[in-house]
Design a protein around this ligand. Structure first.
Ligand code: SAH
Length: 209
């Protein structure tokens, strides 16, 4: 299996959920990177996808998804589709995924990549993800792949009661990937997962252009 090494690296990074490890083994990352980067797709490293944006390294993607504790029936909102790799993993682990990407050409790549990989339960929407996707709310889980100083209010509002949200929170030199949960109508901070470097969440409720 071409992704055995990647799965092993992710397992050693602390991910134990068998469904998530199986999703990584079954999702060909080479279909979710630009053609010139296909030889690097099996490595645990970020890959540039244009517009100065990198896809996150797979072990970080896995750690963030792991924190959502998806069991199958969830509706998930993803902000920052990129080339759709994380979208494809989420689609294997949940019932329906909605993913918002601000760059139309990246969204188009992601749609084509997802279709080629046989993913039918993920919808990619072009727009400002800092506003969420009110027409499809509520979401059982929200995952944000770009950093801001705080969780945009619309994302907290659109999260279902009991739902989980993972997002990098900008904190000076690094971003701190943080897990939140919604209890009694309020977003509560749960724990820090890891420091990392993300691109800014550019938008009305994120970082102004
Ligand atoms: N989840 C992707 C990450 C791509 S990088 C992956 O695993 O590969 C982050 C993405 O967030 C970029 O594609 C960038 O264009 C997008 N982005 C940044 N701000 C955004 C916003 N306000 N709304 C939607 N997408 C945004």
């Amino acid at each position: 299996m071409p992704y055995d090494t990647l799965v092993e690296i992710i397992r050693q990074s602390g991910v134990t959920d068998p469904r998530l490890l199986a999703a990584i083994a079954a999702t060909p990352r080479d279909r979710f990177v630009p053609a010139r980067s296909v030889p690097r797709a099996q490595f645990d490293e970020p890959i540039p996808i244009g517009h100065g944006q990198p896809t996150s390294q797979p072990s970080l993607v896995a750690e963030m998804i792991d924190a959502l504790l998806l069991s199958g029936p969830e509706t998930v909102l993803e902000i920052g589709t990129g080339y759709g790799y994380q979208t494809a993993l989420l689609a294997r682990l949940a019932r329906q995924v909605y993913s918002v990407e601000r760059h139309a050409d990246l969204a188009e790549h992601a749609r084509a990549n997802l279709a080629a990989a046989g993913v039918t339960n993920a919808e990619v929407v072009v727009g400002d993800g800092s506003a969420g996707l009110p027409g499809r709310a509520p979401f059982d889980a929200v995952i944000v792949s770009a950093a801001a100083a705080e969780v945009p209010a619309p994302l907290a509002e659109q999260l279902a009661e009991g739902g989980r949200l993972v997002m990098p929170i900008a904190a000076g030199v690094a971003d701190i990937v943080t897990l939140f949960a919604k209890r009694r109508g309020r977003l509560e901070r749960r724990r820090s997962l890891t420091p990392a470097q993300f691109v800014p969440l550019v938008g009305r409720n994120g970082t102004p252009l």
